[in-house]
Design a protein. Structure first.
Length: 202
């Protein structure tokens, strides 16, 4: 209404007075007026914030996927290390022997609070792992027992156990060691499975 009154007042002069947000000539709202500029800035700011939120969501999603992949890779490596120990310790005894060794590993973990991976990689605990985890995995993965060992290791890492050794925590193979290890006299004999004799701490 104000614009109409001003337009009528100055109509004889052939001009339209300047007013905020309107062109001097015909009163149309123009994008370069202050109102238009404010609206454009507001829209630009909203679009910028939306892009920032979108970029943040994409970054968080990427980090989540990366951490998930790293976790899966670490889990697979730990499982492979345990499987390598089973193959190298008792692969010659087949499934029965490897299952018995897994039972020993789980029994040790219950007493020590360690994980199966920590247990099989401890120094001077499993002689077959003395070559290093990478070498042990590389060698064991060539065995025909590898897939079964991976399966048993997966269950063992998740806390499953097979009570086939009656709680044994140690074992040795008499054919490899004609003389019994020194620790045998401090242990209780439990059972013999294939080529290994199993003992439990008294």
């Amino acid at each position: 209404m104000m614009m109409n009154m001003l337009s009528e007042k100055y109509a004889g002069l052939g001009v339209v007075p300047a007013c905020e947000g309107f062109d001097r000539r015909d009163g149309r709202r123009l994008p370069w007026s202050r109102a238009g500029r404010d609206l454009a800035r507001s829209r630009s700011r909203a679009a910028g914030e939306a892009r920032q939120i979108s970029n943040l969501v994409k970054t968080l999603a990427f980090i989540f996927l990366l951490l998930t992949a790293m976790s899966a890779t670490a889990s697979d490596w730990r499982r492979s290390a345990v499987a390598a120990c089973l193959v190298r310790e008792a692969g010659i005894d087949g499934r029965e022997g490897m299952t018995a060794v897994m039972d020993v590993i789980v029994n040790r973990c219950k007493l020590s609070g360690r994980t199966p991976y920590q247990e099989v990689t401890r120094r001077k605990q499993f002689s077959s792992m003395s070559v290093g985890v990478a070498s042990a995995v590389r060698d064991a993965s060539k065995s025909s027992h590898w897939l079964y060992a991976l399966s048993v290791a997966s269950y063992g890492v998740d806390g499953w156990r097979w009570p086939v050794t009656d709680g044994s925590t140690h074992y040795y193979a008499p054919k490899r060691l004609p003389r019994a290890p020194y620790w045998v006299r401090h242990m209780e004999y439990k059972t013999t499975i294939r080529r290994h004799r199993f003992y439990r701490e008294v």
